[in-house]
Write a protein that binds this ligand. Structure first.
Ligand code: BMA
Length: 824
């Protein structure tokens, strides 16, 4: 096969105008206009509101390319478009080639008859997505149910492109994936289905082959599998017709494990198609060998919902994933890799590719395979009612399902296919009373309980299917139930319940729950100027898409903390609040790991700089929540179950072997005076929660604001975790200036920071002016008289002296005004 890439420099214009502008493929109109200096950055201030015309405008892209006699010498020449976003008509040399209606489908047209040796032109005309969506919507009997999120239900395009409760309305238009010519004469692979059968310690790795042929005669298909040890297994088969299979047996497989449970060895699989001595086509894959199942078994609480890998039940620790940039073609490998490293550093082993975005790129799934991140893959439907009663719409969906299931089913990281996000819950909660929706409700059930699984099963019999998230697998009933299936719990954020409400929830798998914060101040500065640094300013509310979200944050903030003294303190408190809330939930669910099999907090990342539920902001900066995740997702987690005056200490272990350590605990004053203390040997059972001790302290009312409970878990000389629990809300603690002292040392390319405090320094935030670094820990407590050591990389080009000067330190005490009374 010969290929000719058509990516790179193109030009584009608004349809009907004459000015062509330089553009780039893969890319899109917004990012091309931005690069050409024709629009202001939509992520800054309220610029997004001034580029809304783009989505209501038709656009054209074109380029010239040279075709060689060699290419034209082949029997067929196909135009391959891996991703057209979205309603597009493709022409070559002025003649129509075909049209596209689905961002997630791969289009392929034979175009040899339209080509000539030498110069050729390709053009792609895009219809305005907002206009297209509105026209279709107008012809529908029933409309979307959830007006707080974007309405893009009539076009097969990432729903969040039309705005979401964390994202801007920037409907991308353009060629967003690879585009190329493929010329071949004899035959090519049209499909390869890699499967692995584990039996008695051996793995049979097979490839089901489908061919497209333009000549008679047998072809040969070869498979070569190279293991991490460098050894290659080979096999081949003769194919007389258009289908067959080829396989090898790996006798001593190195198994692939989710992050935290083992390594991620990947086998290189090369599959080639031969006509005699000539290679016609080749495909390569990296495959992790493992078994995976979603175990749903009756138990004392109902039915389990546990992912089991290589026979081992996994506690899924992770988060929900949204597109990493409003403009998907700007997402670089380095940026994506950085997000994954941050997820891995916080012990995450599962991401849910949420159904309001898109099926992710190869790069994304490569990283999942490489880092051991399991993927809960939603199909692309979210929070609305789709025209699933429309035959054309269904035909469009069918191709989308075929293309994407075929593309992803060989991935070691793939754990689950899930029908949609919150549509079943939507019907149960907000929509069932509207009579005109009855037909659509039936169509919805038919699609997610019959059509879709019936399409998926033959394409991929090896992965579980789940109808919706959340669901109990009983159409529209008990969708957020506690006995079966997965749950989304939003009563703390949207419902304004206190964090303690998390402890009343015992779902079988918590696939969404979240609490917002502002992004770090450095990030706020990218979109808001000093005049906007106020929670209810126009710009701060503009970069808040969850209704009155800023007010919800303030409400909970004043339940927990004192009034912040300035905007920067408010930013800090919002992050602390989010970290505390999510910690509270996860600690509870992990303590109950025999009943709950996973927590995915909403959400890992952002697509632009905004107030949101993310733990990593748009620039990949770690919010306080991300540091908290490193602690609450640790393989050995220390937690304090604080119930009134009773403090119970738990150690929850995801290790596969029993673990031993020491717990020391103290009841101490904020100033560091020990009132009571104890030491316990910790024998933490593998894959279980262990209660280490439980004490009712009966702290007298008048002491409750000045005493805390401190628990330290040690392994030999190392501190594994240090937790502080209070007997009064943080806002009421009688905190005094902790006089934090930080000693900095250079250790190779790293810095060690010894942080000590005279009295309790709650939620110490470290940072450097002029450099972004990730610390080994941040937003941590330093009890009175203690020293806590953390490390970080020495910022590039910095000296120790510069680091000393640039260091910024604060704690909860610095977030509120203290009126100092001076005696005369
Ligand atoms: C869930 C998600 C998203 C949304 C989030 C926050 O419902 O599925 O649709 O962004 O809540 O409201």
């Amino acid at each position: 096969m010969k290929t000719l890439s058509l990516t790179g420099a193109w030009e584009f214009r608004q349809a009907g105008t004459t000015e062509w502008v330089k553009g780039h493929v893969p890319g899109g109109v917004h990012s091309d206009l931005l690069a050409a200096g024709k629009i202001a950055d939509p992520f800054v201030a309220d610029n997004e509101s001034r580029v809304q015309w783009i989505g209501k405008t038709d656009w054209e892209y074109r380029r010239v390319f040279q075709v060689s006699p060699d290419l034209m010498g082949e029997a067929t020449v196909f135009l391959n478009c891996d991703g057209l976003d979205t309603i597009a008509e493709v022409s070559v040399n002025g003649q129509k080639v075909g049209s596209a209606q689905n961002m997630f489908v791969t289009y392929r047209w034979e175009i040899k008859r339209l080509l000539k040796v030498g110069s050729n032109e390709i053009s792609v005309a895009f219809k305005a997505p907002v206009t297209y969506q509105a026209e279709r919507e107008a012809s529908r009997k029933a409309r979307g149910l959830n007006p707080t999120v974007g309405d893009g239900t009539n076009i097969r395009k990432a729903p969040c492109h039309f705005g979401w409760d964390w994202g801007p309305k920037l409907p991308v238009i353009g060629i967003w994936k690879d585009i190329r010519l493929e010329a071949c004469s004899t035959g090519r692979f049209s499909d390869i289905h890699l499967r692995q059968a584990h039996d008695n310690g051996k793995v049979n790795l097979s490839a089901g082959i489908s061919l497209e042929k333009w000549a008679k005669g047998d072809l040969t298909c070869k498979i070569a599998v190279t293991g991490p040890d460098g050894k290659t297994l080979r096999s081949e088969t003769r194919l007389a017709g258009e289908a067959g299979s080829v396989a090898v047996t790996v006798a001593d497989p190195l198994l692939w494990w989710p992050n935290g449970y083992g390594k991620q060895p990947l086998y290189e699989v090369a599959i080639t198609l031969w006509a005699g001595e000539r290679v016609l086509d080749s495909k390569s894959y990296k495959v992790g060998l493992r078994t995976i199942e979603l175990r749903r078994q009756p138990d004392e609480w109902g039915e389990s919902f546990t992912f089991v890998v290589n026979g081992l039940p996994i506690f899924a620790k992770g988060s929900d994933w949204i597109p990493a940039d409003s403009f998907p073609t700007r997402i670089t490998h380095a940026y994506l890799d950085g997000l994954f490293r941050s997820a891995v550093a916080t012990h995450q082993n599962m991401l849910r590719v949420w159904g309001g975005g898109f099926f992710e790129t190869e790069d994304f799934y490569d990283l999942c395979d490489a880092y051991g991140i399991l993927v809960w893959q939603d199909f692309v439907f979210a929070c609305s009612v789709y025209p699933l009663d429309d035959e054309d719409f269904l035909a469009n969906l069918h191709q989308e399902v075929i293309d994407n299931v075929r593309r992803l089913r060989h991935r070691a990281s793939l754990a689950l296919w899930c029908g949609n996000n919150e549509m079943e819950q939507g019907w149960e909660g907000w929509g069932s009373s509207r009579p005109e929706l009855a037909e659509l409700k039936k169509a919805d059930e038919r699609y997610f309980y019959h059509t879709l699984p019936e399409w998926v099963r033959p394409l991929d019999p090896d992965h579980a299917y789940w109808p919706s998230s959340p669901s109990s697998n009983t159409p529209f009933k008990d969708t957020n139930g506690q006995s079966k299936g997965d749950a989304h719990y939003w009563d703390v954020w949207h419902g304004r319940k206190p964090f303690t409400a998390y402890r009343a929830q015992f779902p079988r798998f918590m696939s969404e729950f979240g609490f917002q914060s502002l992004p770090p101040f450095e990030t706020v500065k990218t979109y808001a100027g000093p005049q906007d640094w106020n929670m209810t300013s126009y710009i701060m509310e503009y970069h808040q898409r969850s209704g009155s979200g800023n007010g919800l944050m303030i409400g909970q903030m004043t339940d927990t903390f004192r009034m912040p003294k300035d905007f920067e303190s408010l930013v800090y408190l919002s992050m602390m609040l989010q970290a505390e809330g999510i910690r509270y939930g996860v600690e509870h669910w992990r303590r109950n790991m025999d009943r709950i099999s996973g927590t995915l907090y909403w959400q890992l990342n952002d697509c632009w700089p905004v107030a949101s539920w993310a733990s990593l902001d748009y620039f990949g900066r770690w919010k306080a929540l991300h540091y908290a995740a490193k602690r609450f997702y640790a393989p050995v987690m220390l937690s304090i179950l604080d119930e009134g005056m009773r403090m119970s200490v738990h150690v929850t272990s995801d290790l596969t072997e029993d673990w031993e350590g020491t717990l020391t605990w103290q009841l101490m004053t904020l100033g560091g005076k020990t009132l009571k203390s104890g030491e316990e040997t910790v024998k933490a059972k593998a894959l279980a929660n262990t209660q280490v001790c439980s004490n009712d302290f009966e702290v007298p009312e008048e002491q409750r604001r000045e005493v805390v409970f401190v628990a330290e878990l040690r392994h030999g000389d190392d501190t594994v975790a240090l937790n502080v629990a209070a007997f009064a809300p943080n806002k009421h603690l009688t905190l005094v200036d902790p006089q934090i002292l930080v000693d900095l040392y250079q250790e190779g390319n790293n810095l060690r920071l010894d942080v000590s405090a005279h009295s309790l320094a709650r939620f110490v935030e470290l940072g450097f002016t002029g450099a972004d670094v990730v610390f080994s820990d941040n937003y941590f407590d330093v009890p009175g008289g203690w020293t806590v050591s953390v490390t970080c990389p020495l910022p590039e080009g910095w000296t120790l002296e510069r680091a000393r000067k640039g260091l910024k330190v604060k704690s909860l005490y610095d977030s509120f005004y203290v009126i100092k009374l001076h005696s005369a």
